[in-house]
Write a protein that binds this ligand. Sequence first.
Ligand code: CTP
Length: 404
Amino acid sequence: MSSEQVGPLAGREVLLVVGGGIAAYKSVTLAREILRAGAKVETVLTAAAQRFVTGVSFAGVTGRPARIDLWDASYPGELHIELTRKADAVIVAPATADLLARMAHGLADDLATTCLVAAKGPVLVAPAMHPRMWEHPATQANVALLRARGVTVIGPVVGPLASGETGIGRMTEPEAIARAVVAALTPRRDLEGLRVLISAGPTHEAIDPVRFVGNRSSGRMGFAIAEGARDRGAAVTLVAGPVALADPAGVAVVRVRSAVEMRDAVTAVASGFDVVIMAAAVADYRPAEVAPAKIKKSHAELTLRLVKNPDILAELGAARGDARSPILVGFAVETGDLVAHAREKLARKGCDLVVANLAEHGFEGADNVVTLVSAARAEALERMDKREVAERILDTVREIRASR
Ligand code: CTP
């Protein structure tokens, strides 16, 4: 244990709640990383967590006994109230499907869950589970509810799993979770006064009243940018296509379906914003005609004629006037020659920054591998959580504003 308290979390207290998953062994490293950032750490283990790790490891690292029992007779007061009174932040890692469900429903029948209901500061969760459990609608609904309540969800990420398979469900690495804890406790208000407009998700282009042409964008990248900008003090408006994500707290959300609706929503307000970030995967084409009634399968073949949608970003780029016009950020998914294509898009759509990624890296998961391409440089980032990508995009937007 280190006795010196230096680092960004000096003087702060963090409560680490460890759930019962194989990733629990990594939470010992997480405790160590939080200590290295300068905080003191209390640990609570669920009953299931103790099947994977023992309190002794955490006590050895943190210098404090790990807490496991709500009814701890050696403690005279209310342990859950005491632990959460002094905790500046709570991090749940690994957060199992069960623990997320308990949190979402406010259950409180053991030390971990009573602490989570009594917590007062920022709460962060680092889910870890098999992909089928992560993708189960119940888990997704619970996570959406927690996000909407302001809980920060870190990961999970894609990678090798305990089952021997590879997929989404691996806990984010302890170093990255610790960085998220630091970020939650040392909020930068460096976007205060800025008005930021963000688009997110796919667009659905109607074929008839029940069918559409669309794409698989989850909207997570745009929502992560909205949450990041909000936490850094910006006034944020989010124009979201059809996605399964709940409205982030403290963000003005406009829900749209089609590219034309998105264009109307974005262009109606864009000039009042300092920054416009088009993270949406806007459909390039829409059916030329929308059938007024459901198309019956009476023909052997069906040909859909598609017409081009407005290019919202290019329209905003073309309308740019003086130096006070908003900073424009576009996204680009490419299959090769990433920087060259991004540079071409930067010029053609008249934007200040293009966030480019290769299609092979996927775009539906919780993390992303992107290159930030501006006129001045191309910065290739390693694979990281979308929230971290969001922070890096916002950092670059600040730099561009400063250099104007
Ligand atoms: N975009 C937009 N309106 C469209 C299509 C895209 O505003 N109708 C924006 C996206 O939000 C994203 C960027 O433009 O920020 C992505 O452009 P993309 O569709 O990848 O580029 P294209 O211009 O369509 O070029 P190509 O498909 O040929 O690569």
